[in-house]
Design a protein around this ligand. Structure first.
Ligand SMILES: Cc1cc2nc3c(=O)[nH]c(=O)nc-3n(C[C@H](O)[C@H](O)[C@H](O)COP(=O)(O)O)c2cc1C
Length: 260
């Protein structure tokens, strides 16, 4: 009999939502697929034994919001079977392992880890710029990898990306040791260009952390940014930046998925 799953994901620019949806549809077509910020996230985790947990890698780590969901609700994870799915722009070493280790501490059993390379969501750094064709190719390859993972899982063998001791070392040495400060706390570095912002409130509505507020036509961040880039990618005036100073192309997965 097919196992019952639920999926919980954090997705700033749509990559993780796309990958998790694609994967889970094959594993259990009845599975609820719930965004982490959704009020139903906790009750959904409570109700299911098998969970796909998806998130984007940030500076070779799991986002603070994901780590808080795990460590702030330790009892919730006890006895759960979790498949960690980490999407990334280039490399993470142990992207899936970052959440997997925390989950184990909370008494969960880690079914496996899956790493999926997707287009980079950082859109205010020229270093990471790729052509539309390259992004489409990357998405195609991710879809193929999901297909292979589904076949493997169907044969009872879960992928183990990012879970080994070598992957852990690669994650630490690759980036996490140098950039650990960037994900240790929620960020206070979100910059809003007041000369561009028109106070439409879009960023306030889309933020998964409810980190932004709009008062008197002025948007203010409150130091709880989980650096997902959702507000940055959806601001109609390109007025929000974080890592860099100027937006190149605002990346949204849905602009490329149908073309892949
Ligand atoms: C602040 C930030 C840091 C990131 N750091 C990494 C990284 O260390 N390694 C990597 O491969 N990708 C990194 N990425 C890219 C994202 O992990 C990748 O694009 C992911 O698929 C975005 O998923 P989403 O669209 O679901 O938010 C980073 C993205 C952001 C916004």
């Amino acid at each position: 009999m097919q196992k019952k799953y639920c999926a919980i994901y954090l997705s700033g620019t749509g990559n993780t939502k796309f990958c998790v949806t694609k994967l889970v549809k094959f594993l259990d077509e009845t599975a609820p697929i719930v965004a982490m910020e959704d009020d139903a996230a906790i009750s959904t985790i409570e109700a299911y034994e098998n969970i796909v947990l998806g998130y984007p890698v940030q500076f070779s780590n799991a986002p603070k919001m994901v780590r808080d969901l795990i460590l702030g609700n330790r009892a919730l994870w006890k006895g759960k079977n979790v498949l960690c799915v980490a999407t990334m722009g280039a490399f993470s070493g142990d992207g899936a392992g970052c959440a997997a280790r925390l989950l184990k501490k909370c008494g969960a059993f880690v079914l496996g880890g899956l790493h999926l390379k997707m287009p980079d969501s950082v859109c205010d750094s020229k270093l990471l710029k790729k052509s539309a064709e390259e992004k489409i190719q990357i998405i195609r390859r991710a879809e193929e990898k999901i297909g292979r993972a589904v076949l493997q899982i169907g044969r009872g063998k879960f992928p183990r990306d990012g879970l080994s001791i070598f992957a852990h070392a690669a994650g630490l040495l690759g980036q996490r040791l140098w950039f650990c400060n960037r994900t240790r706390h929620y960020s206070r570095k979100l910059k809003i260009d007041r000369t561009l912002c028109v106070g439409c409130g879009n960023c306030v509505r889309v933020c998964p952390m409810k980190n932004l507020s709009l008062e008197g036509g002025e948007v203010s961040p409150h130091g709880k940014c989980t650096i997902c880039y959702r507000c940055i990618s959806l601001c109609p005036k390109k007025a929000i930046t974080l890592v860099g100073k100027r937006i190149s192309e605002q990346y949204r997965a849905e602009n490329y998925i149908d073309r892949a």
